[in-house]
Design a protein around this ligand. Structure first.
Ligand SMILES: [Zn+2]
Length: 182
């Protein structure tokens, strides 16, 4: 498993303060990303080497697949319920087009990726929300996938690890976004 600091010290007096970002050689002309917190330009390779955390402590958005790559044992992730995706139950104007655009830009069918994997050698189920798919918002399909995953986990007696990165309920599906798919 990749080394990730799950329990960050609450302040700099605990556990000797922050650890410095790993030093990565920057290639000339390498793309950089501006940190919205400290406004410094960070070489992309350094950002990736530090799990998308700036040295100032700012956490960049993490795509679902990259988060899975960070926590699951190499090659152990098997996606489940990948074919469940949103419809437009309320015929909300423009929603279908928006879904298609977001799908092609993010490469995801929905705002949550579910599956099973090993984490540090232990079998588990995983659900990871994707902030790049309509801000990880919850619609019928997201709820349905998470419900199916918990049912699968109960049947197979597996623990569930979830990363909720969500903008809340998806307004285009109204109250239905809080309910299971029919
Ligand atoms: Zn920063």
């Amino acid at each position: 498993m990749a080394l990730i600091n799950f329990l960050k010290p609450k302040n700099q007096l605990e556990e000797g303060g922050r650890t410095a970002a790993p030093v990565v050689q920057q290639d000339e002309g390498e793309p950089e990303k501006k940190c919205p917190n400290c406004h410094k330009d960070i070489p992309v390779s350094r950002l990736w080497a530090n799990s998308l955390v700036c040295s100032c402590g700012y956490h960049f958005r993490v795509k679902a697949r990259y988060r899975i790559h960070m926590i699951a044992d190499k090659g152990s992730f098997e996606e489940l319920f990948g074919d469940v995706s949103s419809t437009n139950p309320l015929m909300f104007p423009g929603y279908q087009e928006k879904l298609e655009t977001v799908h092609s830009v993010s490469g995801e069918a929905e705002a949550v990726v579910c599956g099973r994997a090993k984490v540090d050698g232990t079998d588990c189920c995983l659900f990871v929300m994707d902030p790049y798919f309509m801000m990880g918002s919850m619609g019928c399909a997201v709820g349905e996938k998470i419900t199916l995953l918990f049912e699968y986990a109960a049947e197979n007696r597996l623990p569930v690890v979830g990363f909720t990165v969500s903008g809340g309920a998806r307004m285009q599906e109204g109250l239905l976004s809080l309910m299971q798919m029919a």
